[in-house]
Design a protein around this ligand. Structure first.
Ligand SMILES: [Zn+2]
Length: 278
């Protein structure tokens, strides 16, 4: 049993937030199965720029919708591969925050007591993993595993840790050396691509099935840092609620979910998640 008096006001925490956190702790205290659904805000707090904010230098000329498509990769593999490498290096250069880390500890504790804390994320970075968590489902794939663009064979290609030079380079069209993607060793004519869901591609069915199983089995669903607009991820909190879970939303601003959630907490993942951990 968590006594509310243990709660300390963080700098800038409003009374409303303080009361909401107390209520959330009451909801969470007996939960054995928790599912945590995370979106772009979770990573943005670590410094991962949103797709659009990352379009600097050379990439200003393009929108993500022009680059992250199978058609673009087919037509300009050097351009799209170099852009994806740049994105991946930026993701690798930032560190998990306290919200990621507390989920790692919390997951280990619940699992060791026979419970579960399942993480379902729309993020393609590996911040949850580096924060110590196993991720049940990457709904939009992951930037750090690769497969063949043609034959789909998995690749053992590994991204090297980025150098400072690579990170600080603001690519300009005339000075950027575009790299071709490595060839696929399985079919020898295809080239490899990251396991991310590009615009116009379907979500990986297995990830979505695993996510639905997790939300239906959960006592509590915590929804963090997502706009709750992008489908089909936005259906998951509703599926959790329909199956009897209590839904807690954490986001700096209200979203279409906020009115339907059992509890809305205004704040960031980094500040709020550590307060919820029993
Ligand atoms: Zn191949």
């Amino acid at each position: 049993m968590v006594e509310p008096s243990e709660l300390s006001y963080s700098v800038g925490m409003s009374n409303t937030t303080y009361v909401a956190i107390r209520e959330a702790r009451g909801i969470i205290q007996d939960a054995q199965r928790i599912v945590v659904l995370t979106g772009a805000g979770m990573s943005a707090e670590s410094g991962v720029p949103t797709f659009r904010d990352a379009q600097t230098g050379l990439w200003e000329k393009y929108s993500p919708e022009e680059l992250a498509t199978p058609e673009a990769m087919y037509n300009r593999p050097d351009l799209v591969w170099s852009w994806m490498l740049h994105q991946a290096r930026v993701m690798r250069s930032v560190e998990p925050h306290d919200g990621h880390k507390v989920l790692g500890r919390w997951q280990r504790e619940l699992v060791s007591n026979g419970g579960a804390l399942d993480i379902v994320t729309q993020n393609i970075d590996d911040l949850h993993e580096r924060g110590g968590s196993d991720v049940l489902a990457h709904l939009h794939g992951t930037t750090f595993t690769f497969r063949c663009f043609d034959c789909d064979a998995p690749s053992d290609y590994e991204l090297d840790d980025p150098t400072d030079e690579q990170l600080q380079a603001t690519p300009a069209l005339d000075q950027l050396m575009l790299e071709d993607p490595p060839a696929c060793p399985a079919c020898s004519y295809g080239f490899i691509r990251p396991d991310i869901v590009m615009f116009g591609e379907l979500l990986p069915q297995q990830a979505m099935d695993n996510a639905l199983d997790a939300v239906r089995a959960a006592d509590v669903a915590i929804v963090v840092g997502t706009s709750n607009i992008v489908q089909p991820a936005a259906t998951l909190p509703l599926a959790a609620s329909a199956a009897g879970a209590q839904v807690i939303e954490i986001n700096p601003n209200q979203t279409p979910l906020s009115q339907d959630a059992d509890l809305y907490i205004s704040g960031t993942a980094r500040n709020i998640l550590p307060e919820l951990h029993p």
